[in-house]
Design a protein around this ligand. Structure first.
Ligand SMILES: *Cc1c(COP(=O)(O)O)cnc(C)c1O
Length: 407
């Protein structure tokens, strides 16, 4: 017998048994408190990333922790064979805050989007459209499943995973003429699917005028307006949901990231046109809506309401954005600072991925998305003083990065 050929290791040296799917910085976080986290060597960081817009209430929140401990001790998971009163409690809250009517619960963002896409297709079939198509966007990100990566507008996410799911038509963001052209020419369209502020694509907001125009076109054509608020929802922009800045209502709104403050919770919130598309047997998930996840959602929203964190996000976000703008004014190589509330992108003229590690070294967690955009999505509990500390750490790093590389 010949010995098997050794398989070359492609995994990270520090985590040799974990599949090598992420570029990781060389430290591990051990615990946190508020917007602060510590690594296993005791180094302290200001968390400007919140686990990618997830830790709404920061870390070890003094009212969330005992509520989750209480729930863990009672019931973590039951089953969707039975009534789950906490699902009704969270659904009632989400419909009250959104003005929509019904909710399906799952565990992640891509699952929420997958459910939305299934709703769109069945909505089409119910109308007699045999090959329903969904309008999606350049630079969009909707997840990593086969269907959601097909809806995603990033060739890097799709490379190697073809054949892609069909039934998508792609248009540029904020281009009303492009969507009007589809409305005139394509009778298979059943829905428009977009992020109100593109997250992974580089913090690119849909304009208020564009959102209002798309709502009008959807109404005219009988299409579903499906707004992926997985990243921009749950108070981050200073409204409960980012589309509320445009004064419109979607028909379908996938949520996840910030909803459970770190416990995996996804939700698809639907209005009357979409809420009854699924019937028994059409969709399901084992973990979705389990009592621990629902309790995390209920308590997150309760604490956000008690502490006025949505208005706070608008206020501290405006302070952080204007402080950054003032400190970086006139820097050549700064393209734009944009976003809303505590979803902020700082676009530089060149790829700036190295700032991720440099910021961590300097004690600030953030991310760089779309190669050139520094993304700040801190916990919504961030104070003005902590926002000032972000500026104090980040601005010198950006200035020296730009100084080093400008001609
Ligand atoms: C993160 C994200 C997703 C995917 O969520 P997962 O929980 O990672 O599956 C989908 N849409 C948007 C807008 C996101 O930011």
């Amino acid at each position: 017998m010949t010995a098997p050929t050794p398989v070359p290791s492609i995994t990270s040296p520090a985590m040799p048994h974990v599949m090598n799917t992420y570029g990781r910085l060389p430290f591990a976080l051990s615990h946190g408190n508020g917007v602060w986290v510590w690594d296993t060597n005791g180094k302290k960081y200001l968390d400007g990333l919140a686990g990618i817009a997830v830790n709404t209430l920061g870390h070890a929140h003094p009212r969330l922790v005992p509520a989750l401990q209480d729930q863990v001790a009672k019931l973590i998971h039951s089953c969707n064979y039975y009534q789950v009163p906490l699902q009704e409690e969270l659904a009632a809250k989400l419909t009250e805050l959104s003005g929509l009517t019904n909710v399906f619960f799952c565990s992640t963002g891509l699952e929420a989007n997958e459910a939305a896409l299934k709703i769109a297709r069945k909505f089409g079939h119910d109308k007699g459209i045999e090959r329903p198509e969904v309008i999606v966007y350049e630079k969009a990100f909707h997840g990593r499943s086969i269907a959601t990566l097909s809806a995603t507008g990033n060739p890097k996410v799709q490379a190697g995973f073809g054949p892609l799911v069909e039934g998508f038509v792609r248009v540029p963001l904020n281009d009303v003429a492009a969507i009007e052209a589809e409305a005139r020419s394509n009778s298979n369209v059943v829905a428009v699917f977009l992020e109100v502020i593109q997250g992974e694509g580089g913090i690119n907001p849909a304009t208020v005028e564009y959102l209002q125009a798309v709502r009008r076109i959807c109404d005219d054509k009988g299409w579903l307006l499906m707004l992926d608020e997985v990243q921009c929802g749950m108070g981050r922009t200073g409204k409960w949901f980012a589309h509320q800045w445009a004064g419109i209502l979607p028909d379908v709104m996938p949520l996840a990231k910030g909803l459970g403050s770190g416990v995996p919770v996804g939700a698809v919130v639907c209005g009357p046109r979409a809420a009854n598309v699924f019937g028994p047997g059409n969709h399901g998930t084992t973990f979705g809506g389990n009592p621990l996840a629902m309790r995390a959602g209920v308590e997150t929203i309760r604490i956000m309401e008690e502490d006025g964190l949505v208005a706070h996000a608008a206020d501290v976000g405006a302070h952080l954005t204007s402080s950054l703008a003032r400190a970086l004014e006139g820097e050549s190589g700064l393209v734009e600072i944009r976003g809303h509330g505590l979803m902020i992108g700082i676009e530089l003229a060149r790829p700036c991925g190295e700032l991720l590690g440099q910021a961590a070294e300097a004690g600030l967690l953030l991310s760089v998305t779309a190669d050139t955009v520094i993304r700040l999505v801190p916990p919504l509990i961030l104070t003005h003083a902590e926002a000032d500390q972000i500026v104090a750490i980040l601005v010198p790093l950006i200035k020296s990065f730009l100084a080093k590389t400008s001609p």
